[in-house]
Design a protein around this ligand. Sequence first.
Ligand code: DER
Length: 222
Amino acid sequence: MDLKRLAAERAVEYVKDGMKVGLGTGSTAYWAIQRLGERVKNEGLQIETVATSQASEDQARELGIPLVPFSEIGRLDITIDGADEVDGRLNLIKGGGGALLREKIVAMNSRRLVIVVDESKVVHTLGKFPLPVEIVPFACEWTYHALDQMGCHPAWRMNGSEKYKTDNGNYIADCKLGRISDAEALNQKLNMIPGVVDNGLFVDMADTIVVAHADGTIEIKR
Ligand code: DER
């Protein structure tokens, strides 16, 4: 079985009737949304949801999962999302799917953040995966240069011959940092740069990590 699917479906067991649910983005969160759609359809699961990307919103709508405007839903009970890296302190690198800004906003407004990964995402130290940094288009070259001056080794994420654009109309610079020794300090430092909207470091935010191992076992880290 697909390990991402295994982890995602295990996480959906945490969702109960009446919950307000944040829907993550990416190929792992995809399976969580699929499973929620099955439960809504086959069990009459009563939930209200918001999505962290247009792609997840479209998928939820297609499945008949109730979507509620952010202005109406209030604080979420649980968000289920993927990650690109998870370290031993449950800190994350996210943003591989380009949704880091909406994901971080939704995660911060959730009582419980459940991260679903296969074992390949679990690392000792964050940083092997290039850290996504979301940048506004205005004077983006200057912001890019500031990252370069900081030693972040940025590279524009491309979509063909154009810069990739997020759902928010911003660009992403993927920073090849190699090893991040102090995620919180770097998170703060990056977000202080004018023009940086946010970055893919999710520090001290995840409550539960569901890891699917190649032998078919599921590990729950809290
Ligand atoms: O963009 C994101 O943050 C996604 O959650 C990503 O980090 C995980 O993507 P995957 O589930 O497709 O590996």
